[in-house]
Design a protein around this ligand. Structure first.
Ligand SMILES: *Cc1c(COP(=O)(O)O)cnc(C)c1O
Length: 351
């Protein structure tokens, strides 16, 4: 019997490097990046900085470290950053900015579209008074939980921040997914849209190890002076790597070959959502990018662990920390999505 391949929809971080990516990694010229002497790292940093319209960039091992370096480069001890309740750099990074930087987050509730309402942002900015932390930074995330922040909102929120003297950081772990979705509605191209979003910010972090399909790595982009500060923080955080050009080469390969194809992931997410539509007991959120959230409703509500186990037994992997989550990526195809749909349907038919 042929055992069907696992369809791993837990995250877009599970991708394996392609043969072409591995070849690029193997062929990468290397040097000691702590001396600034790794040509593959330097090329990547220059490439991503230029692509997003910044002076400089820094290759970091993880998106978490990229956000940490950004927040600590923008803020000092006793400063604070405005951030969404669901934002990765508030909720999902172990409180690193507070732990390592004595920087206080000021979390704000999201509107249903993922935005932080402008009036809430404005009233969260503290007056210059000894009672308060100094509000220094606005951190947005795009995409947030698979949602594209409306571009008009991004412009308005970052203009407000600028007017109030705050720096602006974008956690753009999935910036190219956001740009892909935005390009689909404006008719623009994905790189142009990525630059348009990035231009609203003083710094942007981007993950290569999500939908772009590299095994490791993120970049933090900003002004030359900002990146110098971030570089010092990366060193303190233990992120000064040596012949890391092999990883940078994977990221460069991803930028060259895996950006335009993100639209395929988005189409597969829509295919999955459409396939799950109409199942009694399931509420499916229409995906804007590559992440499909599904809520179990009514009598099915308590059965998410059972459903995940049923799927796993058929080689379909998903997560269900708060809500069921299916993520499409480079290593998932239409046949895999259809198998996932059939497996979910069989669970509810048997019930
Ligand atoms: C994945 C992710 C990160 C960084 O994650 P690492 O696992 O540290 O690379 C940061 N922000 C968002 C929105 C993410 O999805």
């Amino acid at each position: 019997m042929v055992v069907p391949r696992t369809v791993d929809l837990r995250s877009d971080t599970v991708t394996q490097p392609t043969a072409a990516m591995r070849a690029a990694m193997a062929a990468a010229p290397l040097g000691d990046d702590v001396f600034g002497a790794d040509p593959s790292v330097n090329a990547l940093q220059q490439h991503i900085a230029e692509q997003l319209g910044f002076e400089a960039a820094l290759f970091v091992p993880t998106g978490t470290q990229g956000n940490l370096c950004a927040i600590l480069a923008h803020c000092g001890r006793g400063d604070e950053y405005l951030v969404g309740q669901q934002a990765h750099c508030y909720r999902w990074e172990g409180g690193g900015a507070a732990v390592f930087g004595s920087v206080q987050p000021q979390p704000l509730d999201h509107a249903p579209d993922g935005t932080l309402p402008l009036d809430a942002l404005e009233s969260a900015i503290k007056p210059d008074d000894a009672h308060f932390a100094r509000t220094r930074l606005l951190a947005l995330e795009n995409t947030l939980g698979g949602k594209l922040l409306p571009f008009g909102y991004v412009e308005a929120a970052t203009q407000l921040a600028r007017r109030k003297g705050l720096a602006r950081h974008l956690d753009g772990a999935r910036l190219f997914n956001a740009a892909t979705a935005q390009a689909a509605s404006t008719g623009g191209d994905v790189h142009g849209e990525a630059r348009r979003i990035a231009r609203c910010f003083d710094s942007v972090s981007v993950c290569f190890s999500k939908g772009l399909g590299a095994p490791v790595g993120s970049a933090l982009c900003g002004s030359r002076e900002f990146i110098q500060r971030a570089h010092r923080i990366r060193k303190m955080a233990g992120g000064g790597m040596r012949q890391t050009g092999m990883l940078a080469a994977a990221a460069s390969h991803a930028l060259d070959h895996h950006v335009e194809r993100l639209a395929e992931d988005h189409a597969l997410a829509r295919r999955l959502a459409t396939g799950l539509h109409g199942i009694e007991g399931l509420a499916v959120e229409a995906p804007q990018t590559n992440i499909v959230f599904v809520d179990l409703a009514g009598a099915a509500q308590a059965r998410s662990a059972e459903l995940l186990a049923h799927l796993a037994a058929q080689g379909i992997l998903a997560t269900g920390l708060y809500r069921l989550r299916f993520v499409t990526h480079l290593d998932v195809d239409a046949a895999g999505v259809d198998r996932a749909v059939a497996a979910v349907r069989s669970f509810f038919k048997a019930a």
